[in-house]
Design a protein around this ligand. Structure first.
Ligand SMILES: Nc1ncnc2c1ncn2[C@@H]1O[C@H](COP(=O)(O)OP(=O)(O)OP(=O)(O)O)[C@@H](O)[C@H]1O
Length: 285
């Protein structure tokens, strides 16, 4: 078993500075992920998913707010501490399997190479590369001795996962691990992610694929740089932001387009009614 790492984001902000302009990619993310939990990050293009993943990986430093991964405070950490965290505790699988792999090494050598980055005192307790390949279903038929080019797209993606897992991280982050795969290859990757989860690793996956979301147990939808909605055990919820705003689901937004005046009426049974103002009410257009 691997000791999964928890994640805490509080009012997390990230601003890109580009040609003198500020681009606010994350505008106050509040998110708790428990040790060993698996979460799919969903959301429209440009909503900030990849930026959040890069912050969790310690590849970007927060502009404001709080962020901890296990015992690591990623706001206070020095560059050397972040590097040590990445080497020992966090596995990152970049979008596009090939970007994670060295083409001239075999599958087994790719995993072994990734293990070299782990601090020496931890390296002794790492699993054999073949064991890591077994976790992602990549054993048999001599696949451990194949170079990435000789593997199928699904196998390559699973090898990329194995490379991310090589150092037995407490947190695995994967950006779009099932994109550009056919249904069968995608199912193989999902099975591999199930195995990673069962081993106790915390898993955060950025995806556009609703099936991946369903499989992960919990979905977190990023909208306009913050958590807009969550799905848990098949139920969908809007999330109240720290400023009291709520992103309404699309079907409700069609009934209450932006600019609609609504009365917010708490009910005795604990529910809350949103009542659109009638257009003929005096003073209300
Ligand atoms: N390197 C960068 N420099 C400037 N702005 C950036 C940079 N990377 C992302 N952005 C901007 O930050 C915002 C969030 O981008 P991000 O890539 O995190 O979103 P995303 O949800 O992952 O999108 P996608 O699903 O298309 O990958 C967008 O407005 C994007 O244009």
């Amino acid at each position: 078993m691997t000791a999964g790492l928890s994640v805490v984001c509080r009012g997390l902000v990230y601003i890109y500075r580009l040609d003198g302009y500020d681009i606010v990619a994350l505008s106050g993310v509040d998110l708790d992920i428990s040790a060993g939990e698996s979460v799919a990050l969903l959301g429209p293009s440009g909503s900030g998913k990849s930026t959040l993943l890069a912050l969790l990986a310690g590849l970007l430093a927060p502009s404001a707010g709080r962020l901890t991964v296990g015992e690591h405070d990623l706001v206070r950490a020095t560059a050397a501490e972040l590097q040590a965290m990445r080497a020992a505790d966090v596995g990152v699988v970049l979008q596009g399997a090939g970007r994670n792999l060295l083409p001239y090494l075999t599958a087994e050598q790719n995993v072994r190479f990734a293990q070299r980055g782990v601090p020496a005192e931890r390296r002794r307790s790492l699993p054999d590369p073949r064991e890591v390949l077994t976790t992602v279903g990549l054993t048999g038929r001599g696949r451990n001795r194949q170079r990435p080019q000789r593997l199928s797209p699904g196998e390559r993606q699973r090898l990329a996962l194995a490379v991310g897992l090589a150092g037995r991280p407490g947190l695995l982050l994967a950006d779009e691990p099932t994109s550009q795969l056919d249904t069968r290859a995608r199912d193989e990757v999902l099975l591999a992610l199930d195995a990673v989860r069962r081993a106790g690793t915390t898993v955060v996956v950025v995806t556009h694929d609703p099936d991946v979301g369903r499989r992960m147990g919990r979905t977190v939808t990023i909208r306009d740089g913050r958590v807009g909605a969550e799905g848990r055990r098949g139920e969908d919820y809007a999330v109240v932001g720290r400023d009291g705003t709520v992103h309404l689901p699309q079907d409700v937004l069609r009934m209450l387009p932006p600019g609609t005046l609504v009365g917010v009426e708490p009910q005795p049974d604990g529910t809350v009614l949103l009542v659109p103002a009638r257009a003929n009410v005096e003073g209300v257009q």
